[in-house]
Design a protein. Structure first.
Length: 211
């Protein structure tokens, strides 16, 4: 596959997070969105929500599109592994929404597919690339706050009227506090704990959580 610059992105799944990705790339000098894959490609709302972007016939059609260099996986959690692996096998680079997979086994299979295809795969934790995060890491690495002995982290959002049918409450769609929001404090804690170690990875001695 011939590489292009700016990178030509395809979005898999037209949900809320896909709209955020679209807005984020609007001012990008390194990438542009050229195609969208949807299970309902004939929905007239897609053209309004994603103006000027080609609507593929389905997910497989987007992965077969030679004008797409990289794919952003914005499907429900339960479909991340399947479609990320399919995209990698079709020679596409992949940015996958968090959580990368629903289990360690899924994540390992995804990275194996990435290595086999020699294509880039990353989990879309945007905070990892934020200037403030870089400043925090530099402070820790420079000893500004001294030795890190404990990390306490929390993350949440208001949901005044829980809806059992919503994906957040459906285990079959990868819902639940751990996969949807718990990954953020775990990811941040592992980032800070790994600062200063040779490979950037430090395993915890103990973990305590409350809800």
């Amino acid at each position: 596959m011939k590489e292009h610059f700016p990178i030509r992105w395809g979005i898999l799944g037209p949900g809320t997070i896909a709209h955020d990705f679209l807005a984020g790339t609007a001012g990008s000098a390194t990438g542009r969105i050229v195609a969208l894959g949807s299970r309902n490609p004939h929905d007239p709302a897609l053209a309004r929500a994603f103006p000027g972007i080609r609507i593929a016939g389905d997910y497989n059609a987007l992965l077969a599109d030679e004008d797409v260099d990289a794919v952003y996986i914005a499907t429900p959690h339960s479909h991340h592994a399947r479609w990320a692996i399919a995209a990698l096998e079709r020679g596409k680079h992949v940015l996958c929404e968090k959580p990368l997979g629903l289990s360690a086994a899924e994540a390992r299979a995804m990275f194996a597919a990435s290595a086999s295809a020699d294509r880039f795969l990353a989990e879309a934790y945007m905070y990892r690339h934020h200037p403030l995060t870089r400043a925090i890491v530099d402070c820790v690495a420079g000893g500004v706050i001294g030795e890190v002995r404990m990390i306490r982290s929390s993350f949440g959002f208001a949901l005044p009227e829980p809806a059992p049918e919503h994906r957040l409450f459906r285990p079959d769609l990868g819902g639940g506090a751990i996969l949807d929001v718990g990954g953020y404090p775990v990811s941040m804690a592992r980032l800070i704990a790994g600062v200063g170690t040779p490979d950037g990875i430090a395993e915890p001695v103990s973990v305590v959580a409350s809800a």
